[in-house]
Each structure stands twice: as structure tokens, then as C-alpha cells.
Design a protein around this ligand. Structure first.
Ligand SMILES: Nc1ncnc2c1ncn2[C@@H]1O[C@H](COP(=O)(O)OP(=O)(O)OP(=O)(O)O)[C@@H](O)[C@H]1O
Length: 300
């Protein structure tokens, strides 16, 4: 047991792969022991070991995939509610970091050292944790189709390019959804283009950071619409405006999704898995997370 210890898990190949030496030097100077991953899955193991060792502060330097691996390891070790987690963004999209107000590597190092700590919700899908979102349908498929090469060259723009290509071919999902909504039971059934379940992110109105401390998930269901309309809506940035026809939005806990016998691909913070049915819940204010100054405890 190493009470009071600090550990930093670094994925040296995240993003452009040029951050490791720089970040490791800065983190060591702030009292973090550094561990470097050598391949997929290592960060899960490092997270598990950090949990088993009782490490009190874990910083993750990498992209959203690496953060999710560490989160899974800490969850496996039953240590999520005892650790303070921080993020030093070195990935391509860095969705979590962007959402909690951590802007770049150097800022991430400062926040990991002395940033404000908030107790935030952790989403749980099929027993596995996520922080940002759990999504099915077009965005999830688009992220599968985004090749590493394209991602490397164009960064986040690659999601948009492949997203548009995929939109022209996507068939839709046949789903039934039941949830405990903020204002009572919620059910939805039909053909969807996508289902977006956000913990740190919301997808309607202006999007951006969701309330991460309310014990609720932000659920948006986009009904299937002809691909031409979909692309036009997306280009006009109107798709997830609250009043868009065909978009249902509810804040809920305990969301059950049924694909009617067809496997549905879900992306849990970028980690892909197929499920015919999926239960998503929230572990309310379970994780202490260091956040940047622009993090909003109560976003409107
Ligand atoms: N040393 C390594 N060599 C190759 N792959 C690795 C290594 N360490 C970890 N990985 C794998 O690299 C993958 C990508 O990592 P990560 O998500 O951090 O970066 P990214 O894809 O650039 O960023 P983002 O998820 O923000 O788009 C992870 O799936 C992880 O398992």
C-alpha cells in the first residue's frame, strides 16, 4: 500500500507520439512515478496495479482510448472511488480533456499537479466504465471507419470526412429504449440513425460539457432520416438543436437498449463492443477528477 503516492501512465504513441519525454520529465519533477505503455491493454493493467497498490493519484497521458483503459483497470481493482484521476492530453481528439477544460500538454501537467478536484459521475455500460459517452449508430461507425492513417494526417477532421461518407451508406438501427427519465419513465422505439448517451458531453443545443455531477446521462436519439437530409442537417450544424424534428432528448439514469436480436456496435469512450441489449447506468459522483478552470459544475 502506497498511501499518498502519485503515478503517471503514459502512452508514448498517442496522437503524434512526440510528447513522452517532455511530459515524463515534467511529471517526475512533480513527484509522479512514470509508467510507459508498450501496446494495447497495458494501460488497463497499469490501472489495475495502481488500484491494487492503493495509489492515490493517477495521471493519464494519452488520448481518450488510453484514459478509458486506465479507467477500466481502476474499476476492475474497485479503486475508482478512492483515486484522484487527471488527464494530460496527448491523443488525437482529446474529447475528455477538451470537455473538462484541460487545453494542452503543459496545462494538463499543471492541472494534474494542482488543479481543482471535482467528484464526478461515471457511466457504466454492461459493467464497464466510461466518462465521456457511449454511442451507437453513425458516429460510432464513423470512428471505426476512420483509419489510423487518415486520423494521423487530418486529426479530428477525419471523423467528419468519414462521417459524411458513412452517412450515405448507413442503414439505421432498429431500437427500443427504456429509461428512468428526469421527469419519469421514458420509452422510445423505432429506427434510429444514432443513439448518443453522454456523461461528460451533451449533444443537444450547443453541445459541450454536460453536468457531470447530477447522476444523470444526457440521452439524444436521432431518428432515421434520409442520408441527404442528414448530411444537410449536419453541415448546417442544426442536427442536434433542441427543436430539430426527429431528435429526442432526455436526461435519464438506467437506460436499457434493445436491438431486437441484431448486434449493435457501441463506442464506449472510443472502445468498441457489440451488444444485442445494453444497460447503461450512472455511478453518481464516484470519481475525483482534476479539472481545468473552464470546467462548469452546473452547465446550463
Ligand atoms: N506503446 C504502444 N504502441 C502501440 N500502441 C499502443 C501503445 N500503448 C498503447 N497503445 C494503444 O494505442 C491506442 C490509441 O491510444 P489513444 O486513444 O491514447 O490515442 P489516440 O487514438 O491518438 O487519441 P484519441 O483517442 O484521443 O483519438 C490505444 O488503443 C492503446 O491500446
Amino acid at each position: 500500500m502506497q498511501v499518498g503516492s502519485r503515478r503517471c501512465i503514459v502512452n508514448p504513441v498517442s496522437g503524434d507520439g512526440e510528447h513522452a519525454d517532455y511530459v515524463e520529465r515534467l511529471m517526475r519533477a512533480r513527484g509522479f512515478a512514470v509508467e510507459e505503455t508498450q501496446g494495447a491493454g497495458d494501460a488497463v493493467e497499469f490501472g489495475r496495479t495502481a488500484g491494487a497498490d492503493g495509489v492515490s493519484e493517477v495521471a493519464v497521458c494519452g488520448g481518450d482510448g488510453t484514459i478509458n483503459e486506465v479507467l477500466r483497470g481502476l474499476h476492475d481493482a474497485d479503486h475508482l472511488d478512492e483515486v484522484t484521476l487527471s488527464v494530460v492530453p496527448a491523443g488525437t481528439a482529446n474529447l475528455l480533456a477538451g470537455t473538462i477544460g484541460v487545453t494542452d500538454l503543459q496545462h494538463g501537467v499543471e492541472v494534474a499537479d494542482t488543479g481543482e478536484t471535482r467528484s464526478v459521475d461515471v457511466g457504466v455500460a454492461d459493467g464497464e466504465p466510461f466518462l465521456v459517452s457511449c454511442i451507437a449508430g453513425l458516429p460510432a461507425d464513423a470512428s471505426v471507419a476512420t483509419s489510423g492513417d487518415l486520423k494521423g494526417r487530418f486529426g479530428t477532421l477525419a471523423f467528419l470526412i468519414t462521417g459524411t461518407q458513412e452517412a450515405l451508406e448507413f442503414d439505421g438501427l432498429d431500437l427500443s429504449i427504456e429509461a428512468v427519465g428526469e421527469e419519469g419513465p421514458f420509452t422510445w422505439s423505432g429506427e434510429a440513425t444514432c443513439l448518443l448517451v453522454g456523461n461528460a458531453r451533451k449533444f443537444v443545443e450547443r453541445g459541450g460539457q454536460a453536468d457531470m455531477e447530477d447522476g444523470l446521462l444526457d440521452v439524444a436519439i436521432v431518428e432515421r432520416m434520409p442520408a441527404g437530409n442528414l448530411v444537410a442537417e449536419a453541415i448546417g450544424h442544426r442536427l442536434l438543436a433542441r427543436d430539430t424534428e426527429g431528435v429526442t432528448h432526455v436526461r435519464a439514469r438506467d437506460v436499457s437498449i434493445d436491438g431486437h436480436g441484431d448486434p449493435v456496435t457501441f463506442s464506449r469512450d472510443g472502445e468498441l463492443a457489440e451488444h444485442e441489449t445494453l444497460d447503461v447506468s450512472v455511478a453518481e459522483r464516484t470519481l475525483d477528477l482534476r479539472v481545468g478552470p473552464s470546467y462548469e459544475p452546473n452547465p446550463t
